[in-house]
Write a protein that binds this ligand. Structure first.
Ligand code: NDP
Length: 341
């Protein structure tokens, strides 16, 4: 694979957005951050429209001085550019019903995550541009880094170049939200979705499982709940290790640890045979993520995620996870700590 292209501010021309009406569908984590950054980059407030149902998000947008449209059909008709910044699971329903039939033939549609485009769950006209501008940061950081004059990591791609101007629009929007300051990485909805879902369905489940099993083994060996919770995560040591990994290097950060620790970690990691894990990971990537199995199953439960109690499958998973030894112990430790305060 060749190295990815990286786009900077000088690759983007904000004039491409001149006189365009830019609609933000959603004013949540990403919507609020990106809309404010875009305005602070010099895009006139009159060109920006927030499409949101009448509730606290809409009130927040109004309080921040934005024009708000509650009628999504009207917002769709006005849009030259639409950022889809509502949760991934509601996008197909909301966008396909209200935006798709009413958008201009030459509109540019912007997603901040590859999921719905990769799995073809959103409907576009072939004459429209479909681009991804996907910050690798939570919304509050997208805003706070911008305010500090800093950039943030972001993926950018053109998935459908209906007007022939898709890249110029994608780069101008990336610059306007502050994403090209530190460099926006040329990517694709395939790459973004593969990495995102792989991390969520393969890497982190294994990390959760490793912590769960490590907890049980050490508890069986006589370690206290208090000591274990602090040792394993409540001290924030794992967060510091990852912070150092980002700053110094994934392995180079080990130099901050004691010599005993360095020797133990390096010799231990090299001695572990990753073959079975690699096969397990490949299976999840190909037979669960990329083949659409997960996305198909998730679509079926999407409506249930808004239900209460045990009718909501996410609540059931939380309940089951809370039965584990690690979570039960942590609850006891946290309630003792709360009583001490
Ligand atoms: P949020 O959960 O913050 O979205 C909330 C917004 O969506 C509100 O404006 C809310 O308004 C609206 N919304 C929710 N449900 C509906 C509905 N049924 N109909 C209409 N509007 C609805 O989303 P995020 O900002 O977290 O995510 C937006 C996109 O950004 C996603 O594609 C996500 O993958 C991507 N992304 C998110 C990151 C993050 O940090 N969270 C990081 C990078 C990318 P109301 O309820 O009033 O209708």
């Amino acid at each position: 694979m060749p190295s990815a292209k990286i786009y900077y501010d000088q690759d983007a021309d904000l004039n491409v957005l001149k006189d365009k009406t830019i609609v933000f569908l959603g004013f949540g984590n990403q919507g609020a951050a990106q809309a404010q950054n875009l305005r602070d980059s010099g895009i006139p407030n009159e060109q920006i429209l927030i499409a949101n149902r009448p509730d606290s998000y809409a009130e927040d947008a109004k309080a921040k001085g934005f024009k708000v449209e509650h009628d999504f059909v009207k917002a769709a008709k006005a849009a030259d550019v639409v950022f889809i910044l509502v949760p991934d699971q509601v996008q197909p329903r909301v966008f396909n019903e209200t935006f798709t039939p009413n958008l201009k033939d030459t509109a540019a549609i912007v997603v901040a995550s590859g999921y719905n485009v990769f799995f073809k769950l959103l409907k576009f006209k072939p004459t429209q541009d479909v681009v991804m501008v996907a910050p690798r940061m939570i919304g509050s950081s997208v805003r706070s880094l911008y305010v500090k004059g800093k950039g943030f990591p972001c993926f950018v791609s053109v998935e459908q170049d209906g007007t022939g101007n898709g890249l110029a629009v994608a780069l101008a929007l990336s610059r306007a939200i502050g994403a090209t300051k530190a460099g926006a990485i040329d990517s694709s909805v395939y790459e973004e979705t593969a990495m995102d879902l792989f991390a969520e369905q393969a890497l982190w489940p294994n990390i959760i499982m490793l912590f769960r099993e490590a907890f049980s083994v050490l508890k069986d060996a006589g370690c206290s709940d208090e000591a274990l919770c602090y040792e394993m995560w409540m001290s924030k040591e794992p967060a510091e290790i990852f912070e150092r990994a980002a700053e110094d290097g994934f392995i180079a950060q080990l130099k901050h640890h004691s010599t005993v620790s360095q020797y133990g970690q390096l010799s231990g990691a090299l001695a572990l045979d990753g073959t079975a894990t690699r096969e397990h990971f490949k299976n999840i990537l190909h037979n669960q993520v990329l083949n659409g199995k997960f996305s198909g199953e998730f679509t079926k439960i999407e409506a249930d995620l808004e239900k209460e109690g045990d009718e909501n499958p996410l609540n059931v998973l939380y309940k089951k996870s809370e039965e584990t030894e690690l979570v039960q112990a942590e609850k006891r430790v946290r309630s003792r700590l709360a009583n001490l305060l």
